[in-house]
Design a binder for this molecule. Structure first.
Ligand SMILES: O=C(O)CCC(=O)C(=O)O
Ligand SMILES: [Fe+2]
Length: 329
């Protein structure tokens, strides 16, 4: 049973007026950047409102009743299990005793070919599923716009050069995780996904109209928040590697899913991460005599492999255990 101390709250930040193409030349960029960075320092997460980023029809086609995510998760387990990867957590996860969680991953969802290859595995008889591909790819592209804005804002805030930001963009990979949480049919909370921190840079989460995700606020001191994600809004969560890049300025919050009620929850999360061969280290501008590097450099792919070893899976301070120079949370 999950603890019921969901009294925390996280900021809601309006991205109205942000022009991704204009960046810092645009009107409200520096104000929104400051708010986003404050939230990521304090909580490692926030709710972003970006009305108009995703048309309501596209949202409905992806996460609405009978939409792309529901039709994918409704396939037989034997079909979904074809979504495999030699890397951990990049394929089908489900059928775990006691956990109402089932999930698939599209690696490289910004590539129409990758989405098509995924759909051909899932719907081989029809040569893929053209409407699934069209809506999933369009959706991933829109969510990626917001992800890129937030990533850029953070890197600018910690003093990264334009050259670094370019290089970071070229060495970033994406994964789209589509998940179903079966409703427990009771008012009592049932864990849908145990508390963990993400290994990624950022996660941008959307859902159908059922809440469930909970995040630990104020770097662990503020209880759990259970944000009610309004239409047009996104939960932004920072992961371990963003904490390393910013030398601890951005926090990597614990989060979990707790289900109640009798409606199935669907979520979509776009994760951004370094390419596997990238050496993750703090950017130079985030390190000085007063703020020595808190983590030893490591290869991202090796870190992920270590995180998903059975003995480490439930460890909630994986980054500290793997790479901390000094252990201070
Ligand atoms: O589906 C959700 O709401 C959260 C899932 C999550 O945290 C994850 O897949 O890392
Ligand atoms: Fe997560």
């Amino acid at each position: 049973m999950a603890k019921a101390n969901t009294h925390g709250s996280i900021p809601r930040i309006d991205f109205a007026g942000i022009d991704p193409a204009a960046g810092a030349r645009g009107g409200s960029w520096s104000t929104v950047r400051a708010a986003a960075m404050d939230a990521l320092r304090e909580h490692g997460c926030f709710e972003a409102v970006m009305d108009g980023l995703i048309a309501p029809e596209l949202s409905a086609a992806v996460l609405g009743p009978g939409g792309a995510v529901e039709s994918l998760l409704s396939l037989p387990v034997s079909t979904k299990a074809r979504n495999t990867s030699e890397k951990p957590y990049r394929g089908y996860v489900g059928s775990i005793p006691g956990l109402p969680y089932e999930s698939l991953a599209i690696v490289d969802p910004l590539s129409p070919d990758a989405v098509r290859a995924f759909a051909e595995l899932m719907w081989p008889d029809t040569g893929g599923n053209a409407s699934f591909c069209a809506s999933m790819h369009a959706y991933a592209e829109k969510v990626a716009v917001l992800e890129a804005v937030v990533r850029r804002m953070v890197l600018e805030s910690v003093g990264a050069t334009a050259e670094y930001i370019e290089k970071n963009a070229r060495a970033t990979s994406f994964k789209l995780r589509l998940t179903e949480y079966v409703a427990p049919g009771t008012a009592y909370g049932r864990v849908g996904l145990p508390a963990h921190r993400d290994t990624s840079f950022l996660a941008v989460l959307t859902q159908n109209d059922i809440d469930g995700v909970e995040v630990e606020c104020a770097r662990g001191d503020g209880g759990w928040a259970r944000p009610a994600l309004a239409p047009g809004s996104f939960l932004i969560l920072a992961g371990d590697t963003f904490k390393v890049l910013t030398n601890g300025q951005v926090f990597n919050p614990l989060h979990r899913v707790v289900m109640t009620g009798d409606k199935t929850r669907y979520s979509s999360i776009l994760f951004s991460s370094p390419n596997d061969d990238v050496i993750v280290r703090a950017i130079d501008e985030a390190v000085d005599a007063d703020h020595p590097a808190a983590y030893k450099p490591f290869e991202y792919g090796e870190y992920v492999v270590s995180c998903y070893k059975p003995e480490n899976l439930r460890h909630t301070k994986k980054l500290e255990a793997f790479a901390a120079v000094r252990v201070d949370g």
